[in-house]
Design a protein around this ligand. Structure first.
Ligand code: EPU
Length: 445
């Protein structure tokens, strides 16, 4: 992982071309690492990306008594301590995730269920992640309470106790990815049946459910966002190959399009990109798809579009930042309506410094009203294209916005200095090497 002061100098470099092999996603690998806490033996996650979030999650697991080893794309998480038969003594696991991990990522809250199963108690520090809204954890806390845990939220973190968790009926007010994962990770070893309604169905959530099933969990994915989990007494270690990251795949397809080049992305199944591909095609991109790879090119330019982000299978919120920069290079006025996070346009000022012509609004533009309709949340944008972008010295606010700033720098009129590169490296596999391989002139500062 790079230091927080690292900068990149990026020069406008002409069309980006080449092949990118994407690995599993940061938002799947870290959750699998937490699931591995539930197994009696070691679990291996394969095709894992080398990203900062894996480093952070590995350090947390080691701090509470698990052994984490990495080799190539494999991450193995193993319980440590005395083993009797195939079962590891629960006493080797520490229930407190140290406060030193406060604010580093979103993973600690997911550890509460596994820690309760292992030790009967848990303390996790306040979660962090990108500054893209209030990002409360009330759904997680309510779900854990429904499963029988006593949960107290304090200024330093969340403490929980439960000698046993019990199956429950849980209705999520919104299909939250994280809260669905909390329920999965807690209900699989609870006593009895849990019925979760309004669950998230993102591919990364389904991947986690499949991994838990390999560990021995009884999970049914029903229609209408319903997940039924029958608790089992124990889970074993398992191994799983992660499918390619759909955020990374989309980001590199856009890198080719925006520079009038063509990037061929390998390793991400088409069914993870359906809405993204259709959006790019409607903008005039030529898309070619085989069983192995996907490419996008725009020989005769791109036109504007109106897009709103949504839960799966809609246009995902993590795709909107590369799309925003692409809109600046498409002919006409585009509209972007963010409906998942209330504050996910915070990166727009950085793009404006680079010449992007973007106006933001506290309104639902370009379509139906979302749940932020009656709030002051600035969650819509109008983007003018084609804009002439300029090189600038900017500080990156978060992981996806960071990648977008690189895209803007690639088509700017002069070199840019991008600060806070650790944000990009927290979520993308070796982005420096990937961009350099596509022909971007880039130097570490
Ligand atoms: N929400 C609540 N209360 C909760 C939980 C969520 O009000 O207890 C709200 C959130 O504030 C948000 C909405 O529900 O408005 C959806 O949040 P969700 O829980 O689905 O998001 P998350 O689990 O915190 C994950 C990814 C995000 C991705 C979203 C949506 C991880 C670590 N993060 O976040 O990824 O955007 O799902 O798909 O898995 C990223 O990788 O850059 C990133 C931010």
């Amino acid at each position: 992982m790079v230091g927080v002061t690292e900068t990149w100098q990026v020069e406008p470099s002409g069309p980006l071309r080449g092949d990118i092999q994407v690995r599993g996603s940061k938002n799947a690998v870290t959750k699998h690492m937490v699931a591995a806490m539930l197994g009696d033996g070691p679990s291996t996650i394969r095709n894992a990306p080398e990203v900062g979030d894996v480093d952070i999650t590995a350090a947390m697991l080691e701090a509470i008594g698990f052994q984490v080893s990495r080799s190539g794309g494999d991450v193995t998480v193993a319980p440590t301590g005395p083993v009797s038969g195939s079962t590891v003594s629960a006493s080797t696991v520490q229930p407190r995730v140290p406060e030193a991990f406060t604010g580093l990522n979103r993973i600690p809250i997911l550890m509460i269920g596994p820690l309760l199963h292992r030790t009967g108690e848990a303390f996790v520090p306040l979660v962090g992640g990108d500054p893209i809204g209030r990002r409360p954890v009330d759904f997680h806390v309510a779900a854990l309470r429904a499963l029988g845990a006593k949960v107290e939220a304090g200024p330093a973190g969340i403490a929980a106790r439960a000698s046993r968790l019990y199956g429950a009926r849980i209705d999520l007010p919104y299909p939250s990815v994280g809260a669905t994962e909390t329920v999965l990770l807690s209900a699989v070893l609870a006593e009895g049946k849990t019925v979760l309604r309004n669950a998230a169905t993102e591919p990364e959530v389904v991947e986690l459910a499949l991994f838990l099933q390999r560990m021995g969990a009884h999970i049914e994915l029903s229609p209408d966002r319903r997940i039924v989990i029958e608790g089992v007494p124990r889970l074993r270690g398992a191994s799983r190959w992660l499918a390619g990251d759909r955020l990374e795949a989309f980001s590199y397809l856009v890198a080719g399009l925006i520079t009038r080049g063509e990037v061929r992305v390998h390793g991400c199944p088409q069914d993870r990109l359906v809405t993204a591909i259709t959006t790019l095609a409607k903008m005039g991109a030529q898309i070619d798809i085989t069983d192995e790879w996907i490419t996008a090119s725009a020989p005769s330019g791109l036109r504007a579009a109106a897009v709103h982000t949504d839960t799966h299978p809609g246009f995902m919120t993590d795709w909107q930042q590369p799309l925003m920069v692409l809109f600046t290079q498409a002919e006409g006025m585009s509209v972007l309506h963010e409906t998942v996070f209330e504050n996910r346009l915070v990166y727009v000022p950085a793009l404006k410094e680079m010449g992007c012509e973007i106006e933001t609004f506290a309104a639902c533009l370009g379509g139906t009203a979302c749940r932020f309709h009656d709030t002051n949340s600035v969650h819509s944008a109008v983007i003018r294209g084609v804009s002439k972008l300029r090189g600038a010295d900017v500080t990156l606010p978060d992981v996806r916005a960071g990648f977008s700033a690189v895209l803007a720098a690639a088509v700017a009129d002069r070199p840019s200095v991008l600060r806070g590169i650790h944000h990009i490296e927290r979520g993308y596999h070796r982005p420096f090497e990937q961009f350099a391989s596509l022909g971007l002139t880039i130097r570490r500062g």
